[in-house]
Design a protein around this ligand. Sequence first.
Ligand code: ATP
Ligand code: MG
Length: 719
Amino acid sequence: MDVSPILESLNDAQRQAVTSPAEPMLVIAGAGSGKTRVLVHRAAWLIDVVGIAPQSLLAVTFTNKAAAEMRGRIEALLGMPVNHLWIGTFHGLAHRLLRRHWREARLPQNFQIIDSDDQLRLIKRLLKSLEIDDSRWVPREIQYFINAQKDEGLRHQHLDDDGDLDRRQMISLYAAYAELCERGGLVDFAELLLRAHELWRDNPELLAHYRRRFSHLLVDEFQDTNAIQYAWLRLLAGDTGVPFVVGDDDQSIYRWRGARVEHILRFQKDFPAAKIVKLEQNYRSTATILGAANALIANNNSRMGKNLWTDGADGETIKLYAAYNERDEADFVIARLRDWIDQGNVRADAAVLYRSNAQSRVLEEGLINAGIPYRVYGGLRFFERAEIKDALAYLRLISNRDDDSAFERVVNRPTRGIGARTVEAMRAHTRANSCSMWRAAGAIASDELNSRAANAVLAFLNLIESMARETSGLDLQDKVDHAIHASGLIDFFRKDRGERGETRVENLMELVSAAKSFTPDLAEEMSPLDEFLSHAALEAGEGQADAWDDCVQLMTMHSAKGLEFPLVFLCGMEDGLFPHQRSIADPGGLEEERRLCYVGITRAKQILYMTYAEQRRLHGMDKLSHPSRFIAEVPDEFIEEIRPRVQVSRPVRSARRSKSSALQEHPGIRLGQRVRHRKFGDGVILNCEGQGAHTRVEVNFETAGTKWLVLSYANLDLM
Ligand code: ATP
Ligand code: MG
């Protein structure tokens, strides 16, 4: 057997990992050292050489896109399709299991997945129905609390209030939320993982079956597993399973979502026989880019430590551009993109990365004006658009009448004379009778409502019933087509004559195409409609519907994990934006931001730009900003400033010099000085830079937080 295709493009350490005998394996290695490549080749090796059946492999990746890519690469190596190989995200795999074993998981067969918006809406409704003040009990905080518990594997029964009244309230809201979901057959993202774990934990025979079946487990991005994901893997592996995990402690960037890099150490304890392989050669980036990344991450204290090297060329220096404001930044990025495309490069090879989603808008505007096709990955998502969620809510009701969150969404959309009072009466009935909104609507229409309201409600119930009847024999795409028309949504948005209405109609049509090109792969376990709805909910958490054409790629640095591009821009390199304001005061948080910056830099193969704006309007507020401290952490030799301006000031490094001259010019102003601002109140001066009319100070206000202000306009009173 010729195994050269599987082995020849690997270095010694990689080959050792790929061909290792069946024993637990931990590959810890830096960015771009071939971890994902090792996983792909390991799968091919197991199937082709060891003779493991594809259905005996379980592969876990971080995004659906990564999963699709991994499958493609394995198939390319083997020269054959591997349909029965289970490969997906933790959420996707958990979902698949729950569909197969809905009975054992104690779920209704047609359970629906709700995304985080639906979840938030459900929580708001819950607070309202319990007459709880949502300014005191903030829905987002409750949502965070519930998900954090689930991520740790905890149900409300497991929680102790420790005599703390606030905690007691949170726990009881968790319980009430759980009951609401139970009643509607609704499953949120965190619930998928928790249920899948309980499914195996509570059904030993089922677990034994899957332990026999999945003789080999492959896990990418292991550093970002959370407690429940780790517990799930641990359960599946048992004492005899063979987990093969790869990760990089320097790329752990989801601590805020419960990820625990400590699982790397835990793994070594749980599987004492585990072999550990380190990969240190980077194949992705130029020596310059790698040097910058290594220097940056060396500033973190909590690291396992490793030394990445490359034998590639130095490549170009990293270009740093100081923009006047966010528009200037966008213009700069677009001009560089244009040059790149004009030189005959592929658009999809260029990525524009940023810290927070809201930054994409200005960049998008610029790209549209310049006529450069682009795609926002993980940003404004197709399946999250309002009209799409409306249409999906109708489909969900067709599939499951007790889906309360779908019911509430469309009961009066388009408007059909069912007012807030009527809806409130239904809610009261659901509370009193522990039933769904659907049942409540039927009940109160016949005995509580006046005839006009009752007729409106009955008309809605009949509409859904007749839609269910009329679509029952249709295939998926015709079902969707029927639903968007019969629901009245198309007419409703057509009446909205502006651009918006038109876009919405187009989007609804696009939903029909999405249904058309959708291939169900769980056909045995669920109806194509339910599978499509689940796909929509899972997909909404991530990319967009369409394929990866030749477009410039826009995404947050979080979404860029695992990917690579010849040309990369890191935009908005400003303190307060990146590192994010929230994390600056917290050392752990700052280290996580630095890891994120490391992820950003190491996405670049050949050319890297960093940009920052001296003034930025974001979320409707103007702010003066200071270049990110991460820029200063990259040694000078790797960076070249390219701002075409006379008065170039090397950021951060020159700050110290200008600080003193600024202070000399303004005798009253000194660091630590207490000041009062008309709008922001009292605060303390933290920093000062610039000269003359441009002198600006950074003030930490007691209530308004930290702000940069231009001294000559700020009218600060010295105290
Ligand atoms: P990340 O930490 O960013 O996820 P990674 O460690 O998973 O990175 P890969 O994406 O697997 O790294 O590999 C990085 C790049 O290096 C890819 O383009 C890959 O094809 C290439 N590569 C990996 N190993 C080799 C090798 N032995 N020879 C040539 N190219 C390699
Ligand atoms: Mg990888």
